[in-house]
Structure formats: structure tokens, C-alpha cells
Design a protein around this ligand. Structure first.
Ligand code: LUZ
Ligand code: MOS
Length: 769
């Protein structure tokens, strides 16, 4: 089945926030963000801005009718700065005018005097100063301290990953419309309608039942709108509440890039010990997470780093500690993978370091240590592992030995181009790590004409969740997809929703929909059974007809529904689903937090131009554990998108803040994302269908986040290509591997990071000219 949005997307008819027709009298907002990263506000002068034509009012923290607080996990984030600013772009004032241009012009005329305070941008520096968001956490298995003596090889090192800009095509924004009785309706580009509802309720001092949040669809989220849509919704709601007029704010791309948080940069120290057979005996890691200026989701992201710190390997002795470090960057937030990719990069760096020192392929170490069913994760859960199957199928199907031979032959024959190959096995836990968030609801109405309307807590953001939910209903009712419509996500229809995140949205909302549809079908079957004096079990629905004892009757779906209504059978259902089996004890750091894990293996090959440092990703070949995919087209799209986004993070997207905490990569001219020319020339995806029972919807495993981690393979493939050219140079495990860093690494000497411009290099460049 095709993605149900494909037709309207292609025709430009899909409705995003900016496509909602405006109500007469709508005003437009623009945020004045702090020009400095840290300091005390001495004076705010809005007089010149307020006098400009079209300006209706300028709001500050003094106008907040409820609480000036939007922190979700930790209450440490004012909506509007009061006396202190913590990051560049932090809202200090909110201008409302009768046009977008007037609002933006007024923002430029606001003057603020700030006494600067010291700015921290580095996580390790923050940790040294004791600037932590929450106390550190440690996951432990076995006993690392007493394991090193049993290790034949021990390696220590450091690895760093940078942030990543979400770059959803639709920027952040909200449209707040006042309603009667002080209520407010907000159209928001959010992954978390309930999060927006809570934030607005808190800031305005209104009960949640007066705050309606409505979401049709998003032009991408990637985690950036899990928590950070709240700010813009709350600002618009505040202004609308005061002015009793609709207020809209849709961010300019550069505002969005400068004012919102990104993927967390991490720095880590690791120590890895292996025995003579290259089994990993012990692993220690210390993670320094750059949280930015407020907690946002950082504590949960940090937790997922620990959950994924051993990736897809069984290591009997593990000790991993993570620090969430407060700096003066915009608060970093959820981003596809949610801290998991950072943890996985570190263990892959440790394995690469060991492999390089021992003169073996990393794949040799990877393969020997893959998780087996029955192995224990450092957090106590026992693995139902598809890791060996994915690995062995990938290496056989794509003939990794032949690929390696080809790479070696190419490298022997070419001096100025080198190829590199890397294997990247992954393992990703599915469920929100906070157990309570793993619940969802679905409201299903069957109308008397046989059409069906469904509302769930799921937000469609391009990932195809509405298509999957529709498939669930179509299957249970056994009716044509055209008879079913998935409605907008709305806090007045479905309450207390978890954000659409953690790859779990189709599972949670799909299962709730399955329950709701099944309940309606059971009532209708019972009705038929009583009418026809047969057993309810003998009644089935098939292709829009009622069947009894495997015989087609002349009762079609529409007349079944109409009869149900006449007989006063409920044709609507609101169902609640909560993931069974999961639990986690944060005091012991042990439990069974995930419904299941998703596994896979990618083979990534690249070619590096050793004169320029530029490169191409030649192929990414994957065997991916889908369980049993319920929609191969949607799932394929998620895998391809995830791979390219992962490659972008690892190889070209470079978030740059200067020492003053100002974002320098603040536009698409300075921040490079993958385009059609930089995607792999070949992407091959093999669907590993696994027979085991799992908790996924129709056994179709969650697919949103896991494939991003295949992109990590691109970093190590580049590293291997560079090492084929420069056999002795030392260079750090420091992603992204931009062309600039590749070039430096190609000519790095044995002393790490130092480049000498020796004669030979100069000659190459001359030859190239
Ligand atoms: N969001 C969240 C997530 O709140 N908790 C999670 O565990 C999570 N995991 C992945 C992505 N978003
Ligand atoms: Mo996400 S990182 O699943 O919002």
C-alpha cells in the first residue's frame, strides 16, 4: 500500500501550518532573541520598536499570566528571559504586529544592555566546573576493575561527535486562536501536542481542558519538535490571550537554526580490553554530553546513550558513566536516535582503535562479539538477538570478502584515490525509556454510511504513521482503505498523549487502534450471531461482507453497520494500550525497558580523493531486521532517509559555535546537508523476516530511528580509506569526517592532528593543476 499522503504531497495540496487559512484580524509575532550567550540583563529598551507602524504590542516576561517556565523534565527554562540570559537566541521579548514584516522590523529596533558573564561551550569544561544538569549515572555489568588483568590487549582513547541540525523542511511555528470562556486553540507544528498543551497551560495559568492543540501534519520533526515546539506555541498563546486576537509565528529558517537546540555533541573517554581470541572482556566509557543551557530532554537522551553504549555486542564487564553538562548553547534536544547513536559511535571507535593497533579488520572483532540470544545487556534485559543472522546474511548476500578484495585491488592500483569499507552492525531498543510514556489511545468512529474516522495520539510527520494506522483498521474491519480517514491529532479528542517519538508511534497508536476496531467488530459479530442463531466465533468479516461458517452472506459492511445502529449497538470505541512486560528500576539501573530490539548490519564503502579530501559514498548494503514489515514502501523510505541523515551527521554536517556561543553555521550556505549528489550511489536493503513473536504492531518492527545508525559506518569507511593512503598518520576519532578533516588526516603525521606540508604534498597539487 502506498503512503496515503503521496498524492496530496506531490500536488502540493497537503496542509501544513503555513497553509491554514488565516482568520480575519490575525496578528504576527516575532521573537527578539538574546544577542549574547550568557549575562545579566541591565536594560531592555523597546520604545523605538513599539513606535514603529504596525506594531501592536511587545511582550516580556512581565506579561506572563501563569508561570514563566517551560522545562519539562527539570524546571530550569524560562519561556522569556527575566534577569539573566543563558544562550544566544533565548527569547527576551515577543513583538506582535499586523504584518510579518512589521514584526521583524521591530525586532531589529529592540535594544538590550547585558552585562556579560563567562560563556562555556565545551562539555568537558562544564563538567570540570560542576555545571551538571542532573547527577551523573552509571550502568554496570560484571566487574571491569578486576577484568583488565585477564585482558591480553587494552586500549584507551577519546572520541567526539558533533551536533546536528534537524533541518525539518517545515520550520517551527504556531498559530493561536482565542476561543470563548478564555479558552485557546493552537495549531502547532509539534510532535507532542500534549507537551504544547501542558506548556501553554502552565504559562497562561489555564487548566488543560481550555487548551486545545491541533496538528494536521508536520513537514518533518526528527526530534526537534518533541519538546521545542512549546516555545513558539506558548509565545503565540500568551499574545493571543492578552490581545484576544489570533497570533501566528512561523520561524524564518535562520531564526530556527539560531534559536533551537540540536543533536547533543558528545565527548567520551573509553578503555577496551580484549583477550587473545579478540573477545571483548571489558569496556569502560565516560560520556560528556553537551546539554546546552537547560535540561530540555537531555537527561533522557543521556540515559539512552548508556542503554546503547555497547551497541550490538555482548561484553561481560561494562562500566559506563554519563555526565549531562550545562553549557551556554541553545538547549540540545531529541534527535533521531536520541543519544543512542553517540553511545554507538564511541564503542565503534574503541573497536576501531583496537583493530588498527592489532592490524586486523574491525569486522573480525565485531563479528566475534555479536550479541546472542540469551546474552545480558548492561541494564539487565536479556537479548532476543537477530544480530548474528543480520551479520551473516549481509556478509554472505553482499559477499563482503569479494568487496574487500576489490577495495584492496583498487587501493593497490591507485595512488591518489583510495577506497574504504566498513561493517556497521546496529541494535536499537524500542520503547520510550521512561516506562510511563509507553501508552496510547485511539478513538474510532464508524459512521452509518460505513465510513470510518480515526483519531489517535500519533502525529504524521512524513514517516507514514497514518498509513500504518489506516492499514490496521482496514485489516480488522476488512474494508477498503478508501472507507477510512485518519483525522488530525487533537488534545480535545485524545488526551495525555506521549509525543510521536522513540520510533514507537505506530506500535503504540496502532495497537490502540487494533483494540478499538476489534471491540467494535466483536459487538457487530455478536449481533449477527444472535440474529442468525449461530456461534459468534463462526461470524467473520471478509472483503466488506459478513461470512458465517466460511460462507459468504448477503450482508455487506454498510448494511451491517446500519443494522448495528438500528439495534443501538455502539459504533464508536476509545481504546487504551500500554506496552506490557516493560519496567526499569532507576535506583539499580536494571530492568527490561524495551519491548524489543531492532537489529541490522550495513556494509558501507567509500572512495576518497587523496588530493582534495573529497569523497563519495559508493554503496550502503544492508540486511535489516523488520520482524515482518507491514508496509515495505513506507519502511524502505524510512531506511533510505535514515541512512542519508546518518551519513550527513557523520561526514558533512558541521555545527559550529564560536567561543562566545554564537552559531556560525546558521544558514544552508555554511551548514552542509546531504543533497542528491552526496547520497550513496547504491543503497541495497534486504528485509530480514524473522519468525519470533514480538510486541510490534502486526510484528512489523519499529523503523524510524534504527537505520540512522548505519550512517556511522560511513565514518569508519572513510577512516579506512584514509589509512590506506596514510599508513602511519594518527588522527582523532572526531566526527563529522568533513572533506576538510579528511584532507588533514590524509597528511597527518604520527603526532596526532599535526599536519606537515612536506615537499611531496606540494608536488601532488602541482601535478593536479
Ligand atoms: N523521546 C523520549 C525519545 O522522550 N524518550 C525516549 O526514550 C526516546 N527515544 C528515542 C527518541 N525519542
Ligand atoms: Mo524522536 S528523537 O523519536 O523525537
Amino acid at each position: 500500500m502506498k503512503n496515503i499522503d503521496a498524492y496530496t504531497h506531490l500536488r502540493g495540496e497537503s496542509i501544513y501550518l503555513d497553509d491554514i487559512p488565516l482568520i480575519h484580524g490575525t496578528l504576527f509575532g516575532a521573537s527578539f532573541g538574546s544577542p549574547v550567550a550568557h549575562g545579566i540583563i541591565r536594560h531592555l529598551d523597546i520604545s523605538e520598536a513599539a513606535a514603529l507602524p504596525g506594531v501592536v504590542r511587545i511582550f516580556t516576561y512581565k506579561d506572563i499570566t501563569g508561570e514563566n517556565q517551560i522545562g519539562g523534565i527539570v524546571p530550569d527554562e524560562p519561556l522569556i528571559a527575566d534577569h539573566e540570559v543563558h544562550f544566544c537566541g533565548m527569547p527576551v521579548a515577543f513583538v506582535v504586529a499586523d504584518s510579518v514584516d512589521a514584526a521583524r522590523a521591530a525586532v531589529k529596533k529592540i535594544k538590550v544592555t547585558i552585562d556579560p558573564l563567562p560563556v562555556i561551550t565545551d562539555s568537558r569544561e562544564a563538567q570540570q566546573l560542576g555545571e551538571l544538569i542532573i547527577p551523573p549515572r552509571t550502568f554496570q555489568l560484571g566487574d571491569t576493575a578486576n577484568s583488565w588483568q585477564h585482558c591480553t590487549h587494552i586500549f584507551e582513547g577519546r572520541a567526539d561527535t558533533n551536533g546536528q541540525e534537524h533541518l525539518y523542511i517545515e520550520t517551527q511555528g504556531a498559530y493561536a486562536v482565542p476561543q470563548e470562556h478564555n479558552a485557546i486553540k493552537i495549531y502547532s507544528s509539534t510532535q507532542g501536542p500534549t507537551a504544547v498543551q501542558r506548556a501553554v497551560s502552565r504559562v497562561l495559568g489555564l487548566p488543560m481542558h481550555l487548551v486545545e492543540v491541533e496538528v494536521n501534519r508536520l513537514g518533518g520533526g526528527f526530534g526537534g519538535k518533541e519538546d521545542q515546539a512549546n516555545t513558539w506555541a506558548a509565545l503565540c498563546a500568551l499574545a493571543a490571550h492578552h490581545l484576544k486576537r489570533p497570533v501566528k509565528y512561523s520561524l524564518h529558517r535562520m531564526e530556527d537554526m539560531a534559536m533551537t537546540g540540536k543533536r547533543h555533541p558528545y565527548s567520551a573517554d573509553f578503555k577496551i580490553g580484549l583477550n587473545a581470541e579478540l573477545k571483548i572482556i571489558a569496556y569502560e566509557a565516560t560520556f560528556y554530553q553537551n546539554a546546552g543551557a537547560a535540561a530540555d530532554l537531555s537527561p533522557a537522551v543521556m540515559e539512552r546513550t548508556l542503554f546503547h553504549c555497547t551497541n550490538t555486542y555482548f561484553i561481560p564487564n561494562v562500566k559506563a558513566t554519563a555526565y549531562s553538562c550545562r553549557t551556554h548553547l541553545p538547549p540540545n534536544t531529541a534527535f533521531r536516535g536520541f543519544g543512542g547513536p553517540q553511545g554507538m559511535f564511541m564503542i565503534e571507535s574503541a573497536i576501531a582503535k583496537a583493530a588498527e593497533a592489532l592490524g586486523v579488520e574491525a569486522a573480525v572483532i565485531q563479528e566475534k562479539n555479536l550479541l546472542q540470544t540469551g546474552d545480558e545487556f548492561p541494564y539487565g534485559q536479556i537479548a532476543q538477538s537477530e544480530a548474528p543472522d543480520c551479520w551473516h546474511k549481509a556478509t554472505a548476500l553482499y559477499d563482503v570478502a569479494a568487496m574487500r578484495k576489490e577495495v584492496n585491488a583498487f587501493n593497490a592500483a591507485n595512488k591518489w584515490h583510495k577506497k574504504g569499507l566498513a561493517c556497521m552492525p546496529i541494535c536499537f531498543g524500542i520503547s520510550f525509556t521512561k516506562t510511563l510514556m509507553n501508552q496510547a489511545r485511539s478513538l474510532v468512529h464508524v459512521y452509518t454510511d460505513g465510513s470510518v474516522g480515526i483519531t489517535t495520539g500519533a502525529v504524521e510527520m512524513g514517516q507514514g504513521v497514518n498509513t500504518k494506522i489506516l492499514q490496521v483498521a482496514a485489516q480488522v474491519f476488512s474494508i477498503q482503505p478508501e472507507k477510512i480517514r485518519i483525522h488530525t491529532t487533537n488534545t480535545f479528542k485524545i488526551a495525555n498523549t506521549s509525543p510521536s517519538a522513540a520510533s514507537a508511534t505506530a506500535d503504540l497508536n496502532g495497537k490502540a487502534t487494533l483494540m478499538a476496531c476489534t471491540a467494535i467488530v466483536e459487538r457487530l459479530k455478536k449481533m449477527v450471531a444472535e440474529e442468525m442463531k449461530v456461534d459468534a466465533q463462526s461470524v467473520t468479516l471478509q472483503d466488506e461482507y459478513v461470512w458465517v461458517n466460511k460462507q459468504k452472506t448477503d450482508i455487506d459492511w454498510k448494511s451491517l453497520v446500519m443494522t448495528g445502529h438500528i439495534k443501538r449497538i455502539g459504533l464508536s470505541e476509545h481504546a487504551h494500550y500500554a506496552t506490557p512486560e516493560i519496567h526499569f528500576d532507576a535506583a539499580k539501573e536494571k530492568g527490561h525497558p524495551f519491548a524489543y530490539h531492532v537489529y541490522g548490519t550495513a556494509l558501507v564503502s567509500v572512495t576518497v580523493d587523496c588530493i582534495r579530501g573529497t569523497y563519495t559514498v559508493d554503496s550502503v548494503k544492508v540486511v535489516h531486521d523488520f520482524g515482518a514489515s507491514m508496509n515495505t514502501a513506507v519502511d524502505l523510505g524510512q531506511i533510505e532517509g535514515g541512512i542519508v541523515q546518518g551519513i550527513g551527521w557523520m561526514t558533512m554536517e558541521e555545527v559550529v559555535y564560536d567561543a562566545n556561543g554564537r552559531l556560525r553555521s546558521n544558514a544552508l550556505s555554511t551548514y552542509k546537508v546531504p543533497d542528491i549528489y552526496s547520497v550513496p550511489k547504491e543503497i541495497a536493503i534486504d528485509f530480514l523476516q524473522t519468525p519470533h513473536d514480538n510486541l510490534a504492531i502486526f510484528r512489523s518492527k519499529a523503523v524510524g530511528e534504527p537505520p540512522l545508525m548505519y550512517g556511522i559506518g560511513a565514518y569508519f569507511a572513510l577512516r579506512n580509506a584514509v589509512r590506506a593512503f596514510n599508513k602511519t598518520g594518527q588522527f582523532a576519532f572526531d566526527a563529522p569526517m568533513t572533506p576538510e578533516k579528511v584532507l588533514m588526516a590524509l597528511y597527518a603525521t604520527q603526532k596526532e592532528g599535526i599536519i606537515e606540508s612536506h615537499e611531496e604534498t606540494t608536488n601532488h597539487l602541482a601535478v593536479d593543476k
